[in-house]
Design a binder for this molecule. Sequence first.
Ligand SMILES: Nc1ncnc2c1ncn2[C@@H]1O[C@H](COP(=O)(O)OP(=O)(O)OP(=O)(O)O)[C@@H](O)[C@H]1O
Length: 305
Amino acid sequence: MSAVSVNKLTKLYHTKKERVKAVEEVSFEVSKGELFGIIGPDGAGKTSLFRMLTTLLLPDGGSATVDGSDIVKDVKAIRKKVGYMPGRFSLYQDLTVQENLDFFATIFNTTVIENYDLIKDIYVQIEPFKTRRAGKLSGGMKQKLALCCALIHRPVVLFLDEPTTGVDAVSRKEFWDMLKRLKDQAITILVSTPYMDEAALCDRVALMQTGRILSTGTPTSIISSFASNLFTVKAEKMYPLLCDLEAWDGARDSYSFGEFHHVILNAQYDVGQLRTYLDSKAHSNVEIHTTQPNIEDCFMQLMQN
Ligand SMILES: Nc1ncnc2c1ncn2[C@@H]1O[C@H](COP(=O)(O)OP(=O)(O)OP(=O)(O)O)[C@@H](O)[C@H]1O
């Protein structure tokens, strides 16, 4: 049995102006003990998906089970089994660190001591501030407290909605290290993120855009399915360079990528023709290198398709 099984799950929102398909016939499976990432930009539908899987939102179509329980019929069972850390800080700002933890333990009819072994690694980092109000903690500390609260009833499946958004690079790394250690405790983890580089830290990922899943697989399998002539290109004037690349028949796709532009050449074109074309457009200090694709390149290509 899968830890999470999702079959054509759909969520629509009706506003005065329009009907938004936030999640559209999404299907995937997550195995027990997996660290599964839902990777997608703002508005992709990640929060709506997680809220349906944690029974906070009713679907408009399709079905899903979490640890064998149906998300519509077995609401009470699921709420006992899942831990949910919402994207926005959801703890009680006026309660202290200790009080927040006790509160969440109490509503799940358990105690902090009973499950201390599970949160110990994370909790020791915020313990020196246990009498501080949650609202006065730094972003990284809030995130650790929220994770402890989501874990305090020893969930079978943990849902983390954009846990690293707005968190500094060091705290992000620490957070992913914590998730790896939690995985060793046999907890299945679903984590959503808009950061493409975090895909590589998951066992498997689903790439999501405007309510749909574009691809599912291990980060390596998604990258190896990217069969393309990919180059990095740089020149003195980067914006005109991008405009010229976009206008060229030889480029199947081109987009900004950090300090470079990435260009995928059409099959019948080569790097010599790319250089000749850029010379004909009078670009100076042109640098062209072959490069290996990463998840972001795959995402860009899938979006084009
Ligand atoms: N209550 C709502 N009413 C109307 N539209 C909504 C509502 N909630 C979300 N949406 C829309 O549904 C789409 C998916 O939103 P959702 O929050 O699920 O995505 P997300 O990937 O979590 O993005 P974000 O990180 O911006 O929250 C977006 O277009 C959003 O504007």
